[in-house]
Design a protein around this ligand. Structure first.
Ligand code: J2J
Length: 520
């Protein structure tokens, strides 16, 4: 596929020879007993046989609409059976889903459609007051498929036909596009091949002990790498367990489902873990089925991790992952010290790790440096982004994560900070440059610098420092402005400060450290 950077032939040969890459496809992950319960979503309860059949019929319906192997389709659905069925149908056809989050709005979705030259866009009716169909009218795609009342578009329920023979994708094909958290003005797409993502989810399921008895509650957006494949929904399907979709991670939504479905494992971001720790003491629900809470996406404090076994009655696992690839997990049999104080160690024996200083040379063992990595499930380049790739990868193909870590003798990593210009707002990633560009479009804004400020619940919140012309816009006005521009709400600043000018580093760049320091 044009715009996709393959692994070099020597590494490809090694990953195949050593068994990391096999012949299975993302569409073949349904490996549970046909009569076993695969998916619980709202009132839907689907066995493996039923889910398999629905995915096949939807795949045939997509082919009938002219969607083919090698196409891209922007998929934006919440945690519903429609998401799971459409995802499986697309990967079976070999049309790569571009996984947008339900929170994305026109600015993000239009860009994804354009960059991927998507053949179709799949959406829900609405998200609260927001009507996706209205947005869809302005998008540059031939076909819009709606899970619900389609208005003038195609209903997902009608994308249905008797299964037919069609060309199958190759394991080396791009199977799915994930979204990068982003550090630049525009978001980046991460191409994941069938074989690298199948390895990602199968190896993760192994490390996390998933099997037919697993009942996995999904509270993060299903389109997020963590909930989808680490081991996530696909890791459950590959090992024969049951996936239960929750609309959100709030204890009001999640706890009754844990009790009713006897959920055994769940993946959350730290703010959700903190809410659960708090709510467990007063909620009436029976959470005794929970065996494992995976926490990742942002740093989880050691003190809070230590409270999980006593307060929630289950093991905790720290996960330091990235949609780009590399996953670090604390192991289920690691001693409490490592589980509480580290963010885990690499999933694969073939993951290569370098911790380097500013000069690019490895730091002394145990010192803090930037984490670089390559391996059998870490991308070699963002999709259609040659200039950005030249900066984001070393000449020998290591991905520069922008994360500052310390490596312990056991191989476990401790995340110590970040070098990239990004805000991690409770696991939601915000590119400072992207938000600054939106703010600069406001008529009263002369200059803008966005920084993260520490927050006890979210880890960080977003503060926009503005140099203004005439009168300063209020936070409310800025949010309205960003909403009108079609920016996802999680990117709105939490706070705005007006300043006369920005502190600079010796080389003349805005010093975000100095700016953040003015708040404390
Ligand atoms: C500190 N920072 C972390 C952690 C991610 C599993 C879990 C998370 C993600 C994810 C994911 C962190 N402590 N435990 O895809 O499969 C920050 C780092 C990292 C970035 C990646 C998964 N876990 N981070 O968060 O692509 O800065 O993936 O580089 O959204 O999140 O973000 P994202």
């Amino acid at each position: 596929m044009e715009g996709f950077t393959p692994w070099p032939p020597d590494l490809e040969a090694r990953y195949v020879a050593e068994g990391y890459w096999g012949a299975s496809l993302l569409g073949d992950v349904l490996r549970g007993e046909p009569a076993g319960l695969a998916l619980v979503a709202g009132d839907d309860r689907l066995t493996y046989a039923e889910l398999d059949r629905r995915a096949d019929r939807t795949a045939a319906g997509l082919l009938r609409l002219g969607i083919r192997r090698g196409d891209r389709v922007v998929l934006q659905l919440p945690n519903t059976a429609g998401f799971v069925v459409t995802f499986l149908a697309l990967v079976r056809v070999g049309a790569a889903p571009v996984l947008a989050l339900p929170a994305h709005r026109e600015s993000e979705i239009r860009y994804l459609c354009e960059l991927s030259e998507a053949r179709a866009y799949v959406c829900a009716e609405n998200d609260g007051d927001f009507d996706y169909r209205e947005m869809a009218r302005a998008l540059p795609v031939e076909q819009v498929i709606v899970d619900g009342d389609p208005q003038e578009f195609t209903a997902l329920a009608g994308v249905d036909a008797d299964p037919v023979e069609a060309p199958r994708p190759e394991p080396s094909d791009v199977g799915v596009f994930l979204l990068s958290g982003g550090t630049t003005g525009l978001p980046k797409l991460i191409p994941r091949t069938h074989r690298d993502y199948v390895y990602n989810l199968e190896a993760s399921a192994g490390v996390c002990g998933f099997g037919p008895e697993t009942v996995y509650l999904v509270v993060l957006p299903a389109a997020h790498n963590f909930a989808l494949a680490c081991p996530g929904i696909l890791g459950v399907f590959a090992t024969g367990g049951t996936v239960v979709l929750a609309p959100s991670g709030s204890p009001d939504d999640a706890f009754p489902l844990i009790e009713r479905e006897r959920a055994t494992v769940c993946a959350v971001v730290p703010p959700i873990a903190l809410l659960w720790l708090d709510a467990a003491s007063w909620s009436g629900e029976d959470l005794s089925s929970l065996e494992l809470l995976q926490v990742g996406g942002a740093k989880f404090a050691a003190e809070r991790a230590a409270e999980v076994p006593s307060d929630l009655g289950c093991k905790v696992q720290q996960v330091f992952g990235m949609a780009e690839g590399l996953l670090n997990y604390t192991r289920l049999d690691d001693p409490p010290e490592l589980v509480e104080r580290t963010q885990g160690r690499p999933l694969s024996p073939a993951d290569e790790i370098r911790v380097v200083g500013e000069d690019g040379a490895p730091v002394a063992p145990g010192e803090v440096g930037e984490l670089l990595t390559r391996g059998p499930y870490t991308l070699r380049g963002y999709y259609r982004a040659p200039e950005h790739n030249a900066r984001s990868f070393t000449p020998d193909g290591f991905y520069r994560t922008g994360d500052l870590v310390r490596e312990l003798p056991s191989g476990h990593l401790v995340v110590e900070g970040r070098e990239k210009d990004q805000i991690n707002r409770g696991g939601d990633k915000i590119s400072a440059e992207e938000l600054e560009n939106h703010l600069l479009a406001h008529p009263a804004v002369h200059d803008a610098a966005v920084v993260g400020v520490p927050d006890p619940l979210m880890g960080e919140r977003t503060c926009a420092f503005l140099v203004v012309r005439h009168t300063a816009p209020t936070l409310r006005e800025l949010k309205d402005f960003l909403r009108a521009r079609g920016v996802a709400a999680y990117k709105y600043p939490d706070r705005v400060e007006t300043v006369e000018g920005f502190p600079r580093t010796p080389v003349g760049k805005i010093s975000k450290k100095a700016l953040a320091a003015t708040l404390s």
